[in-house]
Design a protein around this ligand. Structure first.
Ligand SMILES: [Fe+2]
Length: 387
């Protein structure tokens, strides 16, 4: 064995692996990226750039919005890819499926999303998903450019070395546009594990099970989900003090207790009506999930670890890098904002920590009693938005 650096307790083993001595190592702390604001004008210039010239063979006019600290050159946050996607009138993409999942916000124009056996028409501010490993394609049958902001968990999969995508045969026939409720009775095939053994082996609840349990998992069917803005926005607060909710989650039942739009990300819509009375600055909160805000309406600013970041309609903010204290201060214009967080992914990996009060407890959401105080209607004149 050979020490590679006398100052670092690391040795190279005969196998080529290294043994890194972590004895007495200090406790790990989060290492968040800096907050970031991408101006609406920068997004518009990006749209203009990828709209120029002929479409690529696969039809996908797309540009990733990449954080300066991205180590992969593709991510907006460590585990989140954000793509601006454009289809000009008459254009469509070739069918594809991939093991990342997508949630997208329509910024402008109209078009049709085809996913497996279902299709929906998307209009401005609508939100729709593309689940993992479902064949999908997009088509613009409208009169103007169709612009979408698409968020995916691809960076995490790439980090794991397991990001996968494949072209679907060109003769794939997508479903027709949904006209009425989707049949939710898709059979959830019950795993047939035959005579697989299943033993309790200690009083701690530990069990010993047959391998069938690992490879024939109970499926939770997922499908294209669509949140039409005209419906969603009508269910939110419309005027100050009307008692309606000012923040709501766009929930996909397939994510179950992870409360997501996809298995990786939640999406919330915040709506603070015009006439909101701005409040003095106060303390923020923090969480291990990252938050990305797309501002639809309203002006104001966020404070992230003491740094003020203004926002205006059309801006995209990495407004809450993991574990950075943040709070948001809309002006009297009020606020309409979509927030995407990798919260469900953290629930799945039991890593979602949340500190509402900077002098209060750090809670492990999903593993213990959760945060209270979000029981709406929250009075935004008495409290500050925490998203
Ligand atoms: Fe937050």
């Amino acid at each position: 064995m050979t020490a590679i650096d006398p100052r670092v307790p690391t040795v190279v083993l005969d196998s080529g692996a290294r043994a890194v001595d972590t004895s007495g190592e200090a406790a790990a702390r989060p290492t968040p990226w800096a907050p970031l604001r991408i101006l609406a004008a920068e997004i518009e210039a990006t749209i203009e750039r990828i709209s120029t010239g002929p479409a690529p063979d696969n039809g996908r006019r797309s540009a990733l919005l990449v954080h300066p600290e991205s180590t992969t050159g593709r991510s907006f946050a460590p585990g989140v890819e954000v793509a601006v996607e454009v289809l000009l009138p008459g254009e469509s993409t070739t069918p594809l499926r991939r093991n990342s999942s997508i949630v997208q916000i329509c910024l402008a124009g109209t078009g049709t999303v085809h996913v497996a056996g279902a299709s929906i028409d998307m209009a401005r501010n609508d939100v729709a998903t593309v689940p993992s490993m479902k064949p999908h394609r997009f088509r613009n049958d409208g009169d103007g450019p169709w612009i979408r902001l698409a968020y995916s968990n691809a960076p995490l999969l790439a980090h794991l070395g397991t990001l996968y995508a494949e072209e679907v045969p060109a003769d794939w026939v997508p479903g027709t546009v949904v006209d009425g409720p989707i049949d939710m009775d898709e059979p959830a095939e019950v795993a047939d594990r035959g005579s697989a053994p299943d033993h309790e082996v200690s009083p701690t609840g530990a069990r010993l099970r047959g391998y069938e349990f690992l490879v024939d998992i109970e499926p939770v069917p997922d499908r294209l989900r669509h949140w039409p803005y005209r419906t969603v926005s009508g269910l939110m607060s419309q005027s100050t003090g009307d008692g309606e909710r000012t923040i709501m989650a766009l929930y996909n039942p397939a994510t179950e207790r992870r409360q997501g739009a996809t298995g990786s990300f939640f999406v919330t819509l915040s709506r603070i009506p015009h006439g909101h009375r701005p409040r003095p600055e106060g303390a923020g909160h923090r969480h291990s999930s990252v938050a990305i805000n797309y501002h639809v309406e309203g002006t104001g600013y966020s404070v992230v670890d003491g740094r003020r970041i203004d926002f205006a309609p059309g801006d995209l903010l990495l407004s809450a890098p993991s574990w950075r204290e943040h709070a948001h201060y809309p002006s009297e214009t009020g606020l309409t904002v979509f927030t995407v967080q990798d919260h469900p992914q953290h629930i799945a990996t039991e890593s979602l920590i949340w500190q509402e009060d900077m002098n209060g407890p750090i809670l492990a959401l999903g593993l213990e009693r959760g945060q209270t105080g979000y029981i709406a209607p929250r009075n935004w004149d008495d409290d500050l938005p925490r998203i």
